[in-house]
Write a protein that binds this ligand. Structure first.
Ligand code: HEC
Length: 240
């Protein structure tokens, strides 16, 4: 059974860079929530400031054309949002932000068949911040928020930092966050491309930013590896 062993090793080596993990974990490309429909379509969904995004892919991760609409419930208001195609992405404009509590039902047509999927986002919790975390917030809002979002939930340019990938005890420890804050990072998880070296942090401010990111993660249920499903464990990061 030499061939099997060789395949297993190859799969392990490639594991970190496969678009959708072969072990059945649904991997997002843009930091969004994932669901798999009964027909096997994989749908990724995110709420941005001013609208929503969705991607429909087949079980191999290949983008699939879709049309349709979304019904959102945000702040007690129901919004009907037509979706437009923008490359591989469906976009909808709506009076929501990435910090809001939002419930969404997507009603799509994929290959002429109706497909529906539900998603929900919790409201962002901003905790009482320590002096250092407040300083970190000011620096983050100035230097990082344009890409990672003021809510730390990502944007069309960068992934969410309120994500199991980046919690304490994950593959991305404090050193990885400090390194990204000072030097940038090569694209390796998502499809956003490389993170350039951030402009505008004074030496030492990266530590304040780290304290702020950790405070926001803890306040939003991402306190550490204890709450992280083991399937999210992230061995790809040995490469760092
Ligand atoms: C110009 C846009 C941009 C700015 C500004 C930016 N980032 Fe990023 N960041 C990205 C992108 C894109 C990635 C995703 C790289 C990948 O695919 O893993 C990323 C990834 C990261 C990661 C994960 C790094 C890793 O090695 O996995 C951390 C942590 C991070 N950013 C923190 C920050 C902090 C802190 C700041 C502000 C000091 C910041 N970023 C500013 C675009 C940006």
């Amino acid at each position: 059974m030499k061939t099997f062993a060789a395949l297993a090793v190859t799969a392990a080596l490639l594991g970190g860079s496969l678009p959708a993990a072969a072990d059945g974990v649904l991997t997002a490309s843009y930091g969004g929530q994932m669901t798999e429909t009964a027909d096997g379509w994989r749908i990724e969904f995110v709420v941005r400031d001013g609208g929503i995004r969705a991607w429909v892919r087949d079980h191999g991760g290949k983008p699939v054309a879709a049309t349709g609409k979304a019904s959102l419930l945000a702040g007690g208001v129901k919004l009907d949002v037509p979706l437009k195609t923008d490359g591989e992405m469906l976009t909808g404009t709506a009076a929501v932000t990435s910090a809001d509590k939002v419930a969404a039902i997507l009603s799509l047509s994929v290959n002429g068949k109706p497909v529906s999927a539900r998603f929900a986002q919790e409201a962002l919790t901003t905790p009482q911040l320590s002096t250092q975390a407040s300083a970190g917030k000011a620096a983050f809002d100035q230097v990082c928020a344009s890409c990672h979002g003021q809510s730390l939930r990502g944007s069309d340019a960068a992934p969410p930092l309120l994500h199991p990938f980046y919690v304490p005890g994950s593959g991305h420890g404090d050193d990885i966050i400090l390194s990204a804050a000072t030097k940038g990072a090569k694209a390796h998880h998502w499809k956003f491309g490389d993170m350039p070296k951030p402009e505008g942090l004074k030496p030492g401010q990266e530590k304040d930013v780290l304290v702020y990111i950790r405070a926001m993660q803890a306040a939003n249920g991402l306190g550490g590896s204890a709450g992280m499903p083991t399937s999210m464990d992230h061995s790809g990061h040995m490469k760092h």
